[in-house]
Design a protein around this ligand. Structure first.
Ligand code: HEC
Length: 136
């Protein structure tokens, strides 16, 4: 069996590589949204999730522990969590624009590029785009 094992590993590794490096992540938000999202995040979220999203009493919102490929997160699933459940203790207390901007900030920290089209609240709520962090 030994002669089959090595090629199988090579194929599996190549497949993983191809998946991880498939398409470039889509541009879902504007830089202005991410910038104002950072300010809102620092005011309303960073005391639990950390200024750099590294996690404190709340979980990390960056990297593979947050959104590894096996988590199968979509933008809508995470947006639902943050717009309906967060901030913990005062869920739903921010405006739609604030939640949308914070989503843009989280995407930016996870390696999704800014683009020309703004993310909207309804768009984030229904987005089936996979959220897989590009940050190791
Ligand atoms: C008082 C502490 C606290 C604050 C403030 C807070 N969170 Fe959380 N957050 C948590 C905890 C604890 C969890 C995990 C348990 C849960 O899901 O309720 C969590 C979970 C999450 C998750 C889901 C993470 C995952 O891997 O599924 C997201 C996204 C999130 N928070 C975003 C935010 C955002 C955005 C804000 C600011 C608007 C915020 N949180 C404010 C404590 C907090």
């Amino acid at each position: 069996m030994k002669q089959f094992a090595a090629p199988a590993i090579v194929v599996a590794t190549l497949a993983l590589f191809a998946t991880a490096h498939a398409a470039a992540p889509p541009a879902l938000y504007t830089q202005a949204q991410a910038t104002s999202g950072r300010a809102d995040f620092e005011t309303h979220c960073s005391m639990c999730h950390g200024k750099n999203l590294q996690g404190i009493s709340g979980p990390a919102l960056v990297g593979q522990n947050f959104a590894g490929p096996s988590n199968n997160y979509t933008v809508a699933a995470i947006f639902d969590e943050l717009s309906q459940q967060m901030p913990a203790g005062a869920p739903g207390s921010l405006t739609k624009a604030q939640y949308t901007d914070i989503m843009a900030f989280i995407l930016s920290k996870n390696g999704y590029p800014a683009g020309k089209t703004a993310l909207t609240y309804d768009g984030a709520q229904s987005s089936t785009v996979k959220l897989v962090s590009r940050v190791k």
